[in-house]
Design a protein around this ligand. Structure first.
Ligand SMILES: [Zn+2]
Length: 283
C-alpha cells in the first residue's frame, strides 16, 4: 500500500465510518454476551446438580439473526445500516412500530467519534487500528457493565493479554511499564475492595473491575493507573449521586464502576501520558 492510500484509509473521516459499522456490531456484543453467559451458567448448573432442564435457546454473536424484541420481525440488512436506518425508520420497528432504543444509534455515533479521535491522536499508522480495537473493547465492556453489572472474563482477560503482547512487540508502551501497569491495576482495586469489605461488610465492586483496570494498566502503562482510578471515582460518584437524587437508582442498586474506568481509560489514551500528568501537576 502506498503511503498516500494508507493516510487516506487511516484518516479521521475514514475511521469514523469504520467506527459506525463497528459500533453496530458492539450493540450486538453488548446485548448478546450476557445472554450467552447466562445460557452457559444454566447448562453448567443443571449438569452440576444432575437435573434435566429444557435447554435454553442457542445464541451466539452470529446466530440467530437480529429480530425486533417486540414482534419478532427479522431485521433486513437495509434496516441495519448504522444510524441511517434508525433515522429512516423514525426510531420504530418497520413491522410493529414499537420504539427502538435510541441507545443503538448512540453507541454507533459514539464509536464513530472515538475512532475518529483515535485517528487524529495517533495519525496514519497501523497502531491506530490497534488502539481502535482497544476503544471498541472498552465500549462493549462499558455497555455490558452498565446493563448487567458484569465485566465478562472473556472480554477483560483477552484485553489484558493483548495489552501485554502489544507492549512486548513494541507497538504501545515499554513492556516494563505495561507489566507493572497490569499488576498495579489489579492490586490497587483488589486492596480497596478488601479494605472496604472488612470495614463495611459490603462489596463495593467486583473482580471484573480489577481485571479491567489491569488491562488498562497494560495498555497505558503504570503511571496512568492512579489518574484513571481518580477520574473514574470522581465521575462515578457524581453520576451516582445525580442518579440517586433523580430517582434513577433503585434502592440497593449501585452504579457500576466499569463504565467510568473504561471512559477514563479512553480519555487518558486520547490525551497521552504527558498531558494527563500535566493536568494533575505531577509532570
Ligand atoms: Zn417489531
Amino acid at each position: 500500500m502506498t503511503p498516500e492510500a494508507a493516510s487516506y484509509l487511516l484518516s479521521p473521516p475514514a475511521l469514523a465510518f469504520l467506527g459506525l459499522c463497528i459500533g453496530s456490531f458492539l450493540n450486538v456484543v453488548i446485548h448478546r454476551i450476557p445472554l450467552m453467559l447466562e445460557r452457559g451458567w444454566k447448562l453448567d448448573s443443571a449438569e452440576m446438580l444432575g437435573v434435566t432442564i429444557e435447554p435454553p435457546a442457542e445464541i451466539s454473536l452470529a446466530k440467530p439473526r437480529s429480530r425486533c424484541p417486540s414482534c419478532g420481525h427479522a431485521i433486513a440488512w437495509y434496516e441495519n445500516i448504522p444510524v441511517l436506518s434508525y433515522l429512516r425508520l423514525g426510531g420504530k420497528c418497520s413491522a410493529c412500530k414499537t420504539r427502538i432504543s435510541a441507545r443503538y444509534p448512540l453507541v454507533e455515533v459514539l464509536t464513530g467519534l472515538l475512532f475518529a479521535a483515535t485517528a487524529w491522536r495517533f495519525g496514519a499508522q497501523p497502531t491506530t487500528l490497534l488502539w481502535c480495537g482497544f476503544v471498541a473493547a472498552l465500549v462493549a465492556l462499558a455497555g455490558i457493565d452498565w446493563d448487567t453489572t458484569l465485566l465478562p472474563d472473556n472480554l477483560t482477560l483477552p484485553l489484558l493479554w493483548a495489552g501485554l503482547v502489544s507492549a512486548a512487540l513494541g507497538w504501545t508502551v515499554p513492556l516494563g511499564t505495561a507489566l507493572w501497569g497490569a499488576v498495579a491495576g489489579y492490586l490497587s482495586l483488589w486492596s480497596v475492595y478488601w479494605i472496604f469489605k472488612k470495614a463495611t461488610g459490603k462489596e463495593g465492586m467486583g473482580y471484573g473491575d480489577f481485571k479491567l483496570l489491569a488491562a488498562l494498566g497494560a495498555w497505558l502503562g503504570v503511571q496512568m493507573v492512579l489518574p484513571i482510578v481518580l477520574a473514574a471515582s470522581v465521575l462515578g460518584a457524581v453520576v451516582g449521586i445525580a442518579m440517586k437524587m433523580g430517582g434513577g437508582l433503585r434502592e440497593g442498586r449501585y452504579v457500576p464502576f466499569g463504565p467510568f474506568l473504561a471512559g477514563a481509560g479512553i480519555v487518558v489514551m486520547l490525551a497521552g501520558p504527558a498531558r494527563v500528568l500535566g493536568w494533575l501537576g505531577w509532570a
